[in-house]
Ligand binder design. Structure first.
Ligand code: NAD
Length: 476
């Protein structure tokens, strides 16, 4: 097995796509149209820093414009290259179609190690990169809307939004040019946590279906399940935190850049995150066993493995030794096509990336809608909802007095029922609904078709069919 050639990330995405289309009845022309990446723009730009001109290379790929704007994060990492950005852009097309957000697929990347530059320098670099993309409408509220990804966050998104505003001074919708902004800079509550929250909602939905849980050789609920997480960044941290605090999962190992921590009785996610912030890694954390070769810990016995760092970490070399019966791909592309085949043969259940980490783009969609409507969700209806609830509670209390105070409404119920939904509650409700509905569309195929043995193929079948329908509706 180890002699087999490992496909690149983009080849992996194409192989998985091809496996799905072989089960569909698409014309070869349409199949090709959907698969190929429409365009990739490469930019090399200089910024005067530390006494000399430093040159940076960045990319913005547009995979499919069957819907516009196209959407996809901007990644800051030294490993960024055209192949990777195109693979990620393709995944965005399928992801958006699967969770029914009305966007095409795009992705961007800048070859940079953000830890090597201070905040002021990063701002100059980000603004210059944004300038190059805005000039070509590769950042635009109606055409191309980036978001955070690995190595970027709300700070970078705020710089991008401001740069766009400076260049498009009369665009009233300028805030919708990028999502993942800080809440007080046109963002939406719940966006930062959204991808991790989506991972939690995906797992909750999976565990609502005992037949699906049984396919992974597991039983019961999330409570008490042993979870191994790779990458305690935005996605991994939020997913691990919510699973630990709200669903009773035990985080038995955390894998980071410098190594891994093992704690069979459960690591305290918040404390480990704090330790990383202070010390730059997990080494030295007092309440866990440190293992220098972190990637080995992907093979650790657990119920659920959550790779939430980077692509290709489960590959031909280690796939046969992965013991987790259930893997949820919180990162994009953590399992190569070759590894996917080995794991499928072993009966491992994989909740695929295009579904598992779609929480980010879902809440980005809500943020974009909020920016275009220029109003916070819940602002109009919330007090009206509360007033109607109050009417009911008062009426019940009046009736109760007529019965001689036979029963009492509990203060807890009253407090919860009287409270109208604010922006955060609405965002979470919309995200939960999206994750449930998308899972159901995949499982219908997974459980219903004999020729579909895994959730990834099912996910591709759902999304490719939707993209094909969009193209057909355009007359293609
Ligand atoms: P991030 O930069 O916030 O976090 C990445 C984490 O992984 C960091 O803690 C980093 O130290 C760790 N890491 C890096 N290399 C590692 C290695 N070799 N071994 C173990 N840990 C390592 O990035 P993020 O935004 O959390 O993104 C993580 C993944 O999730 C990426 O694949 C990204 O494309 C995907 N994703 C992110 C979002 C989002 O909203 N941020 C949305 C969808 C998908």
């Amino acid at each position: 097995m180890a002699q087999r050639k490992e496909p690149t990330f983009r080849e992996s995405v194409d192989l998985m796509f091809n496996r799905a289309v072989s089960l569909m009845d698409l014309s070869p022309g349409l199949e090709e149209k959907i698969r190929v990446c429409n365009a990739t723009y490469t930019v090399r730009f200089g910024v005067r820093l530390r006494g000399r001109i430093q040159t940076f290379t960045g990319y913005r790929s547009v995979h499919s414009e069957h819907m516009e704007p196209v959407k996809g994060g901007i990644r800051y990492a030294m490993a960024v290259h055209q192949d990777e950005v195109e693979a990620l852009a393709a995944l965005m097309t399928y992801k958006c179609a699967l969770v029914e957000v009305p966007f095409g697929g795009s992705k961007g990347g800048l070859r940079i190690d953000p830890r090597e530059w201070d905040e002021h320098e990063l701002e100059q670099i980000t603004r210059r990169f944004a300038y190059e993309l805005i000039k070509r409408d590769l950042i635009h509220p109606a055409q191309n809307v980036p978001a955070p990804d690995m190595g970027t966050g709300e700070r970078e998104m705020a710089w991008i939004a401001d740069q766009y505003k400076r260049m498009a001074t009369t665009d009233i919708n300028y805030r919708a040019c990028v999502t993942g902004k800080p809440v007080n800079g046109g963002g939406i509550q719940g966006r930062t946590e959204a991808t991790g929250r989506g991972v939690q909602y995906a797992l909750r939905e999976f565990f609502r279906h005992p037949e699906d849980v049984a396919k992974a050789g597991l039983s019961g609920t999330l409570d008490g399940k042993r979870v191994v997480v790779q990458g305690l960044g935005n996605v991994g941290y939020h997913a691990a935190k919510f699973l630990q605090e709200e669903d009773g999962c035990k985080i038995t190992a955390i894998i980071e850049r410098d190594g891994a921590l093992i704690g069979e009785s459960g690591l305290d996610v918040e404390a480990v995150r704090g330790w990383i912030a202070r010390h730059g890694g997990v080494d030295g954390y007092p309440d866990g066993k440190f293992i220098r070769d972190g990637s080995k810990v992907l093979e650790h016995q657990c119920d659920i493995l959550v790779p939430a760092a980077l692509e290709g970490v489960i590959n031909l070399e280690n796939a046969a030794r992965i013991t987790a019966p259930l893997i949820i791909e919180a990162a994009n592309g953590p399992i190569t096509a070759g590894a996917d085949e080995i794991l499928r043969q072993k009966g491992t259940v994989i909740i695929p990336d295009m579904y598992a980490n779609a929480g980010g783009v879902t809440v980005s969609y809500f943020e974009w809608v909020k920016n275009l409507s220029h109003i916070r969700f819940g602002r109009i209806g919330r007090r009206q909802e509360e007033a109607r609830h109050e009417l009911i509670v008062k009426e019940l209390e009046r009736l109760n007095r007529g019965l001689g105070d036979a029963w009492e409404i509990s203060p807890d119920f009253k407090q919860k029922y009287l409270r109208g939904a604010g922006e955060l509650e609405l965002v979470r409700s919309g995200l939960d609904d999206t994750m449930r509905t998308a899972y159901q569309s995949m499982r219908e195929i997974w459980q219903g078709r004999e020729d579909v043995a895994d959730l990834r193929t099912a996910a591709y079948l759902v999304s490719i069919a939707r993209v094909a329908d969009s193209y057909r509706a355009m007359g293609l």
